[in-house]
Design a protein around this ligand. Structure first.
Ligand code: C5P
Length: 227
């Protein structure tokens, strides 16, 4: 039985994790949402007071990196793994709009990326993994057997994220969500270390006008050609 690595990259709120979860479930693979890891570091920085709207003490964050332990623990009820920061389940906290506001600044730091990329590569060493993020096909697993790059219009993506946040009871306006999506895309594509980019050999999917089911069928065809 051939096991492969599937790398899914793309802009914010393109539904990367949704697709990755569907694929992992279908194939019996492990699903890893690397955004959760960067979000956990951003949450840690907020808790420690290293980052707020006015300043960012990068040096203190870098110094405390060795004390940060990130783990994914599978939750059978939910059917996917949840993020643990130093033993505490932070899955809910890391999805807040506040964390979304800081995460791209934290993800720019080279020392942060080095630590997380190393952990991600370790998780994929036995293959049979679907990993989503920004640099999976370009940096984490440049040898991945399948790379997918997802896009959708900013309007579509902001609307999806806005609906999701409202449903969770977050009080944000559509404009705030739209601005956050655009700002994160800008930082993610312009940073000097591992900027978000489509790998040359990635399959690009614009899902602005695709249902989840249509998108899944499309990707499954590509997967079946490889397996
Ligand atoms: O995927 P998600 O939107 O949760 O990711 C949150 C942020 O984490 C991204 O906007 C990006 O700044 C950062 N990230 C990254 N590299 C990854 C995954 C996420 O820089 N592989």
């Amino acid at each position: 039985d051939k096991k492969i690595i599937i790398a899914i990259d793309g802009f914010s709120s393109t539904g990367k994790s949704t697709l990755a979860k569907q694929l992992a479930k279908h194939l019996g693979y492990v699903f890893i949402d690397t955004g959760a890891m960067y979000r956990a570091i951003a949450f840690f920085s907020m808790q420690k007071g290293y980052i707020n709207n006015d300043f960012f003490d990068k040096e203190s964050l870098i110094k405390s990196l060795p004390t940060i332990r990130l783990q994914f623990k599978f939750n059978a009820e939910l059917g996917f793994a949840e993020m643990y920061l130093n033993g505490e389940n932070v899955e809910k906290q890391i999805r807040s709009f506040e964390v979304s506001g800081f995460v791209s600044k934290v993800a720019e730091i080279t020392e942060v990326r080095t630590k997380l990329v190393e952990q991600q590569q370790e998780m994929g060493k036995d293959k049979g993994i679907v990993m989503d993020g920004r640099d999976i096909g370009t940096v984490v697993f440049p040898e991945a057997e399948l790379k997918i790059f997802m896009t959708a219009s900013a309007q579509t993506r902001a609307q999806r994220r806005y609906d999701e946040l409202l449903q969770k009871g977050d009080t944000v306006t559509f404009e705030e969500v739209f601005n956050n999506v655009v700002e994160r895309d800008y930082i993610d594509t312009h940073r000097s270390n591992s900027p978000l980019a489509k790998a040359d050999d990635a399959v690009e999917i614009d899902n602005s006008n695709l249902t989840r089911a249509e998108q899944f069928d499309l990707v499954l065809e590509v997967v079946n050609e490889i397996l």
